[in-house]
Design a protein around this ligand. Structure first.
Ligand code: C6P
Length: 419
C-alpha cells in the first residue's frame, strides 16, 4: 500500500475532487434509479467535457483530411493533429515528436512493434521475456509471431503478492534474449513494476524493452527517457480521452531502422511500379491511411486535462481511495484480495468464497455500482493464482471516499444475497 504519511510529508498537491467531478457530465447520471458509482476505470475512464467538446468543435468547424490538402480546413486539422504529437511528447518526456506514433490504442501499438520490429529482429533460437502479469495484448502478438518465426517465449515469474521476481528475471537472460515485454502497471492486480530497473537489466544484456503503459499513464507521471524504455505504449480511453486513439513511443533510432508495418497512403515518399517504393520519415512511416483525426486531437485535450489536474495529485488521491477500499473490503468474511504488492496503483481485485464474481458484478450493478468481473484479459495470471475470474474495482481522479463506502456497503449486501 502506498504510505500516506510519506506522501503527506512530501506535500503532494491536493486534488479538488468536486471541481474534477464537475467536468464529467456522465457522473450525474443514474443507473437503476441510483447515482452512478463508476469503478471500472481500468477498463475505460470517463471523459471530461473538455474532451467531449473537441468533437463538436472539430466536426462543426474544421473537419478535413490531414497532411493532404492545401485548404484552410486541412491546414487547421493538420496543425491540431500534429500539435497533439507535441502534447504527447511532453506528457511522456520523449526527446522528439518524431518518436511519437499515433495508433488506435495499446493493442495496436504492441502489434506494430511485433509486426515491424519483431519481424525484422527476431528469429528461431531467440528469446523473448514476457511477465506473468501481462494483459493478453502483450502476450498474444508475441505468440503469433513466435509461431511464424520460431523464437522462444520465457515467462518472468510473480510471487504470491503479484510482484515480479527480479532475481528470477535477471537469471532468465541468455545471449539469445532479444526483448522484454512488460507492463508498467498490471491491469488485473495493480502491481507497479520496476520498469526502470528492468530496462537497465535488459540493456545490460543487449535486449530491448517494450513497456505497456496502458494502466500507468492515467495514474503516474511517465518519463520514457528516465525509464530508458525502447518502446512505450498507452491508450487514450484509459487516460480520460476517447477510444480509437493511442500512442506508441519508440526511440528514434529503433523506429528509423524498422520496416513499415501497414502499407497505404501517407506512409510513403514515392510509389512506383518501375522502381522501389520508398517510405516517409518517422513517425509517418507507421501511420498508413487516414488516422482518427478527431480522436487524436481529443487525446491531446485529455492529456492537457490530466496534466492540469496533476498526476501527482491524482496518484495521491487514488492511493487514499485504494487504502479506504482495501480496509473496508478486508472486513468482509471470506473475501480474498488478489494482488497485494507494496507498490500498487488504484486497482482492487478480489474473490469471495461461495459467491461467483459474475453474480456479484451483475447484482452490484443493480445498486448503481459499476465494477468489472472476469479474467481481465490476464488469464495466465489468474490461472496461476488458481482462479478463472475476479471482481475488480478500479479508481480514477473523480471517485470519492463516499463512493468507496457506497461500494463497500453494496458489496456486503450483494454477498449476503448470493451466499
Ligand atoms: N485493459 C481492462 O479492463 P486497448 O484495448 O488496446 O486500449 O488496451 C489493451 C490493454 C493493454 N494493456 C493493459 C495493461 C491493459 O489494461 C489493457 C486494457 C482493459 O483491464 C480492457 S481488457
Amino acid at each position: 500500500m502506498t504510505d500516506l504519511a510519506t506522501r503527506d510529508a512530501l506535500e503532494v498537491p491536493r486534488l479538488d475532487v468536486a471541481a474534477v467531478r464537475a467536468d464529467f457530465p456522465i457522473l450525474a447520471r443514474q443507473v437503476h434509479g441510483r447515482p452512478l458509482v463508476y469503478l471500472d476505470n481500468a477498463a475505460t475512464s470517463q471523459t471530461p467535457r473538455q474532451v467531449i467538446e473537441v468533437f463538436d468543435d472539430y466536426y462543426g468547424r474544421y473537419n478535413a483530411n490531414i497532411h493532404r490538402g492545401l485548404h484552410t480546413l486541412a491546414d487547421e486539422a493538420t496543425a491540431a493533429y500534429e500539435g497533439t504529437r507535441e502534447t504527447v511528447r511532453a506528457f511522456l518526456g520523449a526527446a522528439e515528436t518524431r518518436e511519437i506514433v499515433f495508433t488506435r490504442g495499446t493493442t495496436e501499438a504492441i502489434n506494430l512493434v511485433a509486426g515491424a520490429w519483431g519481424r525484422a529482429n527476431l528469429k528461431a533460437g531467440d528469446e523473448v521475456l514476457i511477465s506473468r502479469l501481462e494483459h493478453h495484448s502483450n502476450i498474444v502478438p508475441w505468440q503469433l509471431l513466435s509461431r511464424e518465426l520460431g523464437f522462444a517465449i520465457k515467462v518472468i515469474p510473480v510471487d504470491e503478492r503479484g510482484v515480479l521476481d527480479l532475481d528470477a528475471y535477471a537469471r532468465l537472460f541468455t545471449e539469445r534474449t532479444r526483448l522484454v515485454a512488460v507492463n508498467h502497471v498490471s491491469n488485473a492486480f495493480g502491481t507497479v513494476n520496476p520498469v526502470r530497473e528492468m530496462a537497465r537489466i535488459a540493456h545490460e544484456h543487449g535486449a530491448r524493452i517494450l513497456v505497456d503503459g496502458a494502466q500507468a499513464a492515467p495514474h503516474q507521471r511517465v518519463d520514457v527517457r528516465d525509464i530508458d524504455a525502447d518502446f512505450y505504449a498507452f491508450s487514450g480511453h484509459k487516460v480520460y480521452g476517447p477510444t480509437g486513439a493511442g500512442v506508441l513511443y519508440g526511440k528514434a533510432s529503433l523506429l528509423e531502422a524498422m520496416p513499415p508495418w501497414q502499407g497505404g497512403g501517407e506512409m510513403i515518399a514515392t510509389v512506383s511500379f518501375e522502381h522501389e517504393t520508398t517510405f516517409a520519415d518517422i513517425p509517418h512511416k507507421f501511420e498508413a491511411g487516414t488516422p482518427a483525426v478527431a480522436e487524436v486531437i481529443a487525446l491531446g485535450a485529455a492529456l492537457r486535462w490530466v496534466s492540469g489536474v496533476g498526476l501527482e495529485a491524482i496518484g495521491a488521491w487514488e492511493a487514499q481511495l485504494l487504502a479506504r477500499a482495501t480496509e473496508r473490503v478486508s472486513r468482509i468474511d471470506g473475501l480474498r484480495i488478489l494482488g497485494t504488492a507494496p507498490d500498487k496503483a488504484g486497482v482492487l481485485s478480489f474473490v469471495v468464497d461461495g459467491a461467483h464474481s459474475q453474480d456479484i458484478g451483475l447484482l452490484i450493478d443493480q445498486l448503481g455500482v459499476a465494477i468489472r468481473t472476469g479474467h481481465h484479459c490476464a488469464q495466465p495470471l489468474l490461472h496461476h493464482f488458481g482462479v478463472d475470474a475476479t471482481c475488480r474495482a478500479s479508481f480514477a481522479a473523480y471517485n470519492t471516499l463516499e463512493e468507496v463506502d457506497l461500494f463497500a456497503e453494496a458489496l456486503e449486501r450483494v454477498i449476503s444475497m448470493v451466499r
